[in-house]
Design a protein around this ligand. Structure first.
Ligand code: PLP
Length: 419
């Protein structure tokens, strides 16, 4: 049997990982600035993680959600403490899309409405509801197209208020920082206005922190930069060191009704052991602070490489980007692309240069004035550094939160040599 061929693959076969490094089947070492797409938060195969998962494997891998599982309660306690959301409750599932699906469903149960307000350039996953609120018709099948969704421009509070005033909105969903859309940081002030507008309208605000959460931006959740508290928060990638998992944080205003949500695998014992180990490591090693310190250093060094970009620390750490959602959506292809999809592109006639560096913590976008395919190819095959991409012109860096300044120096030197 062949694999269903939907991914553009790098011609690299990782077989081992440790910290910020992976090794391929020929023994070549790579620096991982992609973190397996923001998944490897505490670094590859952290010894405490390996020991916790191995230990659990020898005890009990799975039992269903029809019996008590104290590991779930332990994880909820730890996430409450790390995030500051002790008064919220936790629903566990298996992926980012599933977390969004459940959050949308909860909001719709709560309001009795069906139309959802989402943002241009958004990516929320590939299941039915999640793909419907994703701003990319190319990955939406006719079967997914009956959902009622309205997309508005990022940072356009008037458009949001207009839609809310129609009185038929079930939820507003927004990413803490748009990742696939090209590291687009919603304006902090817009986020505060959005919170007030949704509260006034009695419409649940869903923060998709699947990519931007779990310490990546230097706060536990990216929306905490704006000081707001959404009604529902979704998370997944960085939660369990590569073990599939997702979760929804649910504010006390939502009443749990038996049977309203459910999953076979969500919250299983092995996933819990993995997620508890990750939560412990994030706390013990103060990785949220490390993400901010090393992420700031990375942006500062990247900006120094770039002639045109403003060099102030503020812009490096807090920079936002203008432009309409439509422009950005087009720039990124509006799509969650396979990460290798831009790699084999033809060399362009001029060497692209850095145009802008933006992001928060270790969620970093390096936008060039031309396609980055050749640059990424050289970084991977000549310098042995994994990077991600958004659209054609942006290198997206989602390094493990254990990244060091020495790792950054290695990358900057390599990038300088490649440019
Ligand atoms: N939401 C965001 C912001 C994402 O970046 C992604 C995946 O990249 C998802 C949701 C979907 O997560 P998953 O692939 O785990 O379903």
């Amino acid at each position: 049997m062949k694999l269903f061929d939907v991914y553009n693959l790098f011609d690299v076969t990782p077989v081992k990982g440790l910290g910020t490094r992976v090794w391929d089947d020929k023994g070549t070492e790579y620096l991982d600035l992609y973190g397996g797409h923001a998944v490897i938060s505490v670094g590859h195969c952290h010894p405490k993680y390996v020991s916790a998962v191995t230990d659990q494997l020898g005890k009990l891998v799975f039992y269903s959600n029809s019996v008590r599982n104290p590991l779930q309660e332990e994880l909820a306690e730890k996430i409450g403490e790390l995030s500051g959301y002790q008064d919220y409750s936790l629903f566990l599932c298996n992926s980012g899309a599933e977390a969004n699906e459940n959050a949308l469903k909860l909001a719709s149960f709560h309001t009795g409405e069906r139309r959802v307000l989402a943002f241009k350039g958004a990516f929320h996953g590939r299941t039915s509801g999640a793909v419907a609120v994703t701003d990319n018709p190319r990955i939406r099948a006719p079967f997914n197209s009956w959902h009622e969704v309205t997309f508005v421009d990022m940072n356009d509070i008037e458009a949001v208020r207009d839609e809310l005033s129609k009185g038929d909105i079930a939820a507003v969903i927004i990413e803490g920082i748009q990742g696939v859309g090209g590291i687009i940081i919603p304006d902090d002030n817009f986020m505060r206005e959005l919170r007030v507008a949704t509260e006034d309208a009695g419409v649940p605000l869903i923060l998709d922190e699947v990519q931007s959460g779990y310490g990546r931006t230097g706060k536990f959740f990216a929306h905490q930069w704006a000081g707001i508290k959404p009604d529902l928060i979704t998370m997944a990638k960085g939660m369990a060191g590569g073990f599939p998992i997702g979760g929804v944080l649910i504010s006390p205003e939502f009443e749990a009704v038996k049977g309203m949500l459910g999953t076979t695998f969500g919250g299983n014992h092995l996933a819990m052991a993995a997620a508890i180990a990750v939560a412990d490591i994030i706390k013990d090693e103060d990785l949220v602070s490390n993400a901010l310190t090393v992420g700031t250093y990375l942006k500062t060094r990247l900006q120094a490489l770039s002639d045109g970009a403003p060099a102030s620390e503020d812009n490096a750490t807090l920079g936002t980007r203008g432009g309409t959602g439509a422009e950005r959506s087009e720039a990124s292809g509006g799509a969650e692309r396979s990460e290798a999809s831009e790699l084999p592109g033809a060399p362009s006639d001029h060497q692209p240069m850095i145009k802008e560096v933006r992001g928060r913590g270790l969620m970093t976008g390096v936008e060039f004035d031309g396609p980055v395919a050749e640059i990424r190819k050289k970084l991977l095959f000549d310098k042995h550094i994994f990077t991600g991409v958004s659209g054609k012109n942006m290198i997206r860096l989602l390094a493990p939160l254990v990244l060091t300044k020495d790792d950054v120096d290695i990358f900057i030197k390599a990038l300088e040599e490649v440019l």
